[in-house]
Design a protein around this ligand. Structure first.
Ligand SMILES: CC(=O)SCCNC(=O)CCNC(=O)[C@H](O)C(C)(C)COP(=O)(O)OP(=O)(O)OC[C@H]1O[C@@H](n2cnc3c(N)ncnc32)[C@H](O)[C@@H]1OP(=O)(O)O
Length: 450
């Protein structure tokens, strides 16, 4: 199968964003980008299914309403769209003449690429789509110049692709939609392995599309480790591999002779999300470092750099499940005083590599499960709420004299607030944050019961 990323520049931004000036139009790159995971020549649908025949069709068909937008985000035939394009195209915009089409094809395993476009650079005022894209694609394995050569590559060479690194785990899961059992393999590699660097150079473009504020890691630094998941399928009697997701970690030194790997980027490609792969990837990482020393010696714990909310949810789910299964929460006192039990959290860190702070979050979630459906006046529940609110206050407000935007009125105007109002605003902010915490904890508890 081939990963086919298709930019359909016919698929313009909302009418408001459209600037019609000598037929120069502004397109939202996220909306006009279609990504498809394909494995064989047959998967390359020409043109991709949602490309309208002409730009006029699209313009008059102003049913590019929300329903259609949603459809665009979940296309058939393995097509999907990026969440972010601003690191490739300024402000997510592609400015171009009508008509413009760009499809990007990447082989599912090797990530060999072909950029297909009818784009013509007629003026320096329009986006040089190909140039912007070439900036973020591999220089070592630059995109193949013609579609025929690309198809030939898929037919003759893709089957020979083997994942880089060392296989450390395999698992099977039933696809949520088809119910079909599929096999997956997890690979590990160090950045000092040239095969890992070369493969990562092709893969890294995905973090720009799917992780907000991400940037390429500096692979000249030897402290990076990478874990990959590959799907395996039999095609024409041969075992074939397709990338599902990956995670980069940086190994920090921890005094006196330990390593502290920090998760930098973790991504499961959209067609595979919410199918348990994130869970398998994170557990493979934990298991690997439990059983293998890293650069500076045994692994102390595994931390995370700037986690996104989605990742926090995954991590809370995985960590709480692991702690429960380890039995370390058996017989603990079910009130917030347990958070002061440093031996408990130290054991969680040692056995499961979960940092102390994260172990405590897991206990908060575990404790919260006791309060679901309880009266708000239950003393333990009340103490729990006070504890979380204090933690949030310290975390988000701390010693700050003011909360962000406290001096900004409802209409954005600057206003002088008296200390009492500022304090009230701070408390309101904490109440809102607390509500989010309860919601997140509830979600984690529910997901563990499914
Ligand atoms: C440090 C960083 O890199 S932060 C950036 C993290 N990466 C991203 O945001 C990129 C886009 N997202 C992704 O790549 C993926 O969705 C990930 C890595 C966040 C999660 O991987 P997935 O394979 O989708 O998660 P998986 O199916 O294993 O989920 C296991 C459990 O984690 C929780 N979870 C995972 N994703 C989410 C989510 N988006 N929202 C809420 N809960 C979630 C759920 O409890 C889920 O169980 P459930 O599906 O039965 O409810």
């Amino acid at each position: 199968m081939i990963v086919n990323i298709s930019f359909n520049i016919f698929d313009m931004n909302d009418t408001d964003d459209k600037q019609t000036n000598n037929k120069v139009l502004t397109f939202n790159a996220n909306k006009c980008t279609n990504i498809q995971l394909t494995w064989t020549r047959q998967d390359i649908i020409d043109p991709p299914p949602n490309i309208p025949e002409t730009n006029e069709n699209k313009e008059t068909d102003d049913s590019d309403d929300e329903e259609e937008d949603e459809e665009q985000e979940h296309l058939d035939n393995g097509f999907f769209k990026p969440t972010y394009s601003h690191q490739i195209f300024k402000e997510d915009n592609i400015i171009g003449y009508d008509p413009l089409v760009l499809n990007i094809y990447m082989a599912a395993g090797s990530l060999t690429t072909y950029l297909e476009t009818n784009y013509t650079l007629k003026s320096k005022n329009i986006t040089n789509v190909e140039k912007e894209l070439l900036n973020v694609f591999s220089k070592t394995d630059a995109p193949i110049p013609t579609k025929d050569q690309y198809i030939q590559y898929i037919e003759e060479k893709e089957a020979k692709f083997r994942p880089p690194g060392t296989k450390i785990h395999e698992y099977s899961i039933n696809d949520r939609e088809t119910g079909e059992e599929t096999n997956y393999e997890v690979y590990f590699g160090r950045i000092t392995d040239p095969g890992i660097v070369r493969y990562h150079e092709k893969l890294q473009v995905f973090v720009l599309w799917f992780i907000d504020g991400s940037s390429f890691i500096y692979t000249g630094d030897s402290n990076w480790d990478i874990f990959f998941i590959f799907k395996t399928v039999m095609i024409d009697g041969e075992k074939r591999y397709g990338i599902v997701g990956y995670c980069t970690l940086y190994n920090f030194y921890h005094h006196p002779s330990a390593t502290r790997p920090r998760i930098s980027q973790i991504l499961i490609l959209p067609p595979y999300q919410r199918n348990g792969h994130g869970k398998y990837l994170l557990n493979s990482i934990y298991n690997y470092y439990k059983n293998n020393d890293s650069i500076y010696g045994p692994v102390y714990d595994i931390t995370v750099e700037d986690p996104a909310d989605q990742f926090d949810s995954l991590r809370n789910h995985v960590d709480l499940l692991n702690i429960k299964q380890s039995g370390l929460f058996n017989d603990v006192k079910m009130d917030i005083s347990t958070l002061g039990n440093s031996e408990l959290f130290e054991n969680i860190r040692k056995q499961l590599l979960i940092p102390i702070k994260q172990g405590k979050i897991c206990f908060e979630i575990f404790l919260y499960s006791k309060f679901i459906g309880q009266s708000k006046s239950h003393p333990d529940y009340k103490n729990f709420r006070i504890h979380i609110k204090k933690r949030l206050y310290k975390q988000f407000i701390g010693d700050q004299k003011d909360i962000p935007d406290a001096n900004v009125g409802a209409n954005g105007e600057q206003q002088q607030l008296d200390p009492e109002t500022i304090e009230k605003n701070k408390l309101n902010a904490i109440i809102e944050l607390y509500k989010n915490v309860e919601e997140d904890y509830f979600e984690t508890i529910s997901s563990l019961q499914r």
